[in-house]
Write a protein that binds this ligand. Structure first.
Ligand SMILES: Cc1cc2nc3c(=O)[nH]c(=O)nc-3n(C[C@H](O)[C@H](O)[C@H](O)COP(=O)(O)OP(=O)(O)OC[C@H]3O[C@@H](n4cnc5c(N)ncnc54)[C@H](O)[C@@H]3O)c2cc1C
Length: 398
């Protein structure tokens, strides 16, 4: 008899399994249809021994000390600030757009003050920021929008920015300084030994049993459990009663090259000519030293594994219909990005899962996490903070 059946061993399922087992002494069965734990954050060594992220680059960043401290129970960290270049007009320039981007692109030598004036001149005032196009054109004008955003968005989402919710590009900043960091969160770091190792530590408890390669529907009738935590797609749970929730998918093409370095930045974005959107070179992210190097190309697809919920009003409405069904199920807790049909970063999923645990255990979130602090001594490691203070928007997106 299990207290909980948890469907999905990604961040949502694993945080809840850990909390229920360590914090409430519950017996948990966690199952995943994939052959591994860690969900989309799964990393592994490829045939050449290079540490790669199977489902595309996962960069950890957060403004939440609570989330960072919680995960620090299970991993040491490696300081890492992410940087991205974009291939535009035959040049590699920093993205988000900053002072150097403008100077390099237009062969100028503007100061921070002058670039502010430059952007003031080229931007087009849009009274209402309804779509992604409105947001970008309002900030940097039509030309930079065309060079950096329009085709990239079309590739990534299969939709023109004018058809996409403002929220998709609202979080892309424009800088007049030379700051070329992709994120400005207070905590930016990668698990020193990788994500999968961190998940192994989270799930290392005799009260947690793990079944892999197993769709929960294959076992749900044969095991006894009191409650379910479901982190899979919400529409699938209800047998697509109201139709399918649309997702954007990706195909990942992994390659290993017989050279120490493949490109000059961790990620290079290709907004225009190529079918792929970006190339990531993993050794930058992981800090691994190896005489070969592995990269991944990302090709956006309409069909395939569900990766990005498509933020459009009609999809939100469809999700809300499923949410009503979910709320009527007191025996099942719906948690995580697929069960709540929302693009969340890893830190947001950890926060959501800790809140959910607090609700289940009848305690406030802070109490819910502090319980673990007493039980398990933290792995002592210097925290990395860029000293920039807190940024309002926790999400950053990649
Ligand atoms: C390409 C890409 C890059 C990203 N990069 C970043 C980044 O840099 N930084 C960041 O913070 N976030 C990033 N994210 C977001 C991050 O992946 C998510 O926040 C996180 O993985 C969500 O965790 P989850 O547990 O909700 O979902 P998942 O990790 O998807 O876990 C859900 C699990 O449920 C399993 N499952 C589903 N249905 C069933 C079933 N019927 N039976 C059994 N198991 C089932 C799935 O196999 C899956 O393993 C990225 C996402 C993508 C797609």
């Amino acid at each position: 008899m299990f207290d909980y059946l948890i469907v999905g061993a990604g961040f949502a399922g694993s945080v809840l399994a850990e909390r229920l087992a360590n914090g409430s002494n519950k017996k948990v069965l966690i199952c995943d249809k994939r052959p591994h734990i860690a969900g989309n954050a799964y990393d592994c060594y490829d045939n050449e021994g290079v540490l790669i992220h199977k489902y595309g680059p996962h960069i950890f960043h957060t403004n939440s000390k609570e989330v960072f401290d919680y995960l620090s129970r299970f991993t040491e960290w490696r300081s890492y600030e992410h940087r991205v270049l974009a291939s535009v007009d035959g040049m590699l320039v920093p993205i988000p757009i900053n002072l150097d981007t403008i100077n390099k692109l237009y062969g100028l030598n503007l100061t921070a003050f002058e670039v502010k004036e430059f952007l003031e001149k080229v931007r087009e005032n849009r009274a209402v920021l309804r779509t992604s196009e409105d947001v970008v054109v309002n900030a940097v004008g039509k030309e930079l929008y065309e060079k950096f955003f329009r085709n990239y968005t079309r590739k990534q989402w299969g939709l023109d920015p004018s058809e996409l919710d403002a929220s998709v590009t609202a979080r892309v900043p424009t800088r007049t300084s030379r700051d070329d960091r992709y994120f400005t969160d207070s905590y930016q770091a990668m698990p020193r030994h990788g994500y999968t190792r961190m998940f192994e530590k989270m799930l290392d408890n005799p009260n947690i049993k793990i079944i892999l390669n197993c769709d929960y529907r294959e076992i749900v009738k044969d095991i006894s459990f009191r409650q379910m935590i479901y982190t899979g797609p919400i529409d699938e749970f209800f047998d697509y009663r109201y139709g399918k929730l649309p997702y954007r998918s990706l195909e990942f093409k992994h390659e290993t090259h017989d050279t120490e370095k493949f490109q000059t930045a961790p990620v290079v974005n290709y907004p225009n000519e190529q079918a792929y959107t970006r190339i990531t070179e993993f050794k930058y992210l992981t800090g691994q030293e190896h005489r070969k190097t592995s990269v991944v190309y990302e090709y956006p697809q309409a069909e395939g594994d569900p990766y990005y919920p498509i933020p459009r009003p009609e999809n939100a409405e469809l999700y809300n219909r499923y949410r009503v069904l979910a709320e009527a199920r007191s025996d099942v807790h719906f948690v995580g990005r697929l069960a709540t049909y929302k693009y969340y970063n890893m830190d947001q999923i950890v926060a959501q899962s800790l809140t959910q645990y607090g609700k289940i255990a009848g305690m406030k979130r802070q109490e819910a996490t502090s319980l673990v602090l007493e039980k398990q001594p933290a792995i002592k490691t210097p925290l990395y903070s860029n000293g920039n203070g807190v940024r309002v928007n926790v999400s950053g997106g990649v």
